[in-house]
Design a protein around this ligand. Structure first.
Ligand code: GLA
Length: 324
């Protein structure tokens, strides 16, 4: 069977956390850290060699991805990844999407982006037991060089928002393993679904600020959706100060209303702002993992160095590895 060489990127979310599973809005970008699968399709089993260290979840995800795609093929391949594991940059979605892309390549199959992302989401939920949303997989599939993606998680419409050259994106890993993240995540998600049901709504996407004024969890979701749309506007007009302000507000909401921050993440946000970032916030599920910041592009390198972080660039979504 044919040779395969594919990649799928991790992602960082600029703003809009814990909104995707409420049919809401998110504003992530696919980043220049990826998972690669090199090998060939076979008629046999999955023979995967994880050169950067896989765990039992990696094997489970691989089997679950094949099941979700309904394909009856094997893969003999080496898997490498430059997405830091367990840090909130979607290393497991990058793995799932890279494997799904590899299976499709081996079969000569072209799936629509949303279908590929949905299969990977189902596979990850089956493999890890965490009922995640669609943001991570869809970003890894649909990423676009030099653009953030405004995703409507109800219609799954993806609108590219160009990242101005004047704005730099910095990521700092807190180094904290995201312990309890799985069970707390499921608990938060259930609370949102219960709040929507009490209001007789399909999802919290449909709630007004007045309806959720006394429910901190639901209040975060509703206020965060508003911030995502405002942030997409600010980004598209290059309004760094406004973007930064919205990100800081998002962090406060995730810390106080949604209660998914940690003292270390709060400290990192403060350090980034002190170092000159226009805004910073925890990114992803929380409970550890990474903080994302925006700054004037000219200052991003210095700020990243001062806070022990790195700059990320927006790249294209999953696909064949091209030469060079
Ligand atoms: C994790 C999930 C995503 C999303 C974020 C929080 O990364 O996989 O679907 O819910 O948390 O925004």
């Amino acid at each position: 069977m044919r040779e395969i060489a594919v990649r799928a990127p991790g992602r960082v979310n600029l703003i809009g956390d814990h909104t995707d599973y409420n049919d809401g809005f998110v504003l992530p970008l696919a980043i220049d850290r990826d998972c690669r699968v090199l090998g060939r399709g076979t008629r046999g089993e999955l023979e995967l060699r994880f050169l950067d260290g896989g765990d039992e979840n990696s094997f489970r995800i691989a089997n679950a991805v094949r099941d979700a795609l309904g394909l009856d093929i094997g893969l003999d391949a080496e898997v490498t990844s430059t997405v830091p594991v367990g840090s909130g940059l979607s290393s497991s979605s990058a793995l799932a999407v890279a494997l799904a892309t590899a299976f499709c390549e081996a079969e000569g199959l072209r799936l629509p982006p949303v279908e590929l992302a949905r299969a990977c989401q189902a596979a990850e939920t089956a493999a890890t037991g965490v009922p995640g949303g669609i943001m991570d997989q869809l970003t890894s599939v649909a990423g676009l060089e030099d653009n953030a993606l405004l995703i409507d998680c109800r219609s799954l419409e993806v609108t590219p928002v160009p990242l101005p050259e004047t704005i730099g994106v910095v990521v700092v890993d807190s180094g904290l393993p995201r312990r309890l993240a799985g069970s707390a995540y499921a608990e938060r998600r259930a609370a949102c679904e219960a709040a929507a049901a009490r209001l007789g709504l399909k999802a919290l996407r449909d709630a007004t600020p007045e309806q959720v004024a006394n429910d901190p969890r639901a209040r975060h979701v509703v206020s965060e959706n508003g911030r995502v749309l405002a942030a997409a506007d600010a980004l598209s007009t290059g309004n760094l100060d406004e973007l930064g302000r919205l990100m800081l507000e998002s962090h406060v909401s995730l810390r106080d209303d949604y209660e998914v921050s940690t003292p270390e993440l709060d400290t990192l946000v403060g350090r980034l702002v002190d170092a000159g970032a226009s805004g910073a916030r925890l990114t992803g599920a929380g409970f550890g993992g990474c903080v994302v910041a925006v700054a004037r592009a000219k200052e991003a390198e210095r700020i990243a160095a001062a806070c022990g972080g790195f700059i990320v660039r927006a790249v294209d979504g999953a696909g064949p590895l091209t030469a060079g």
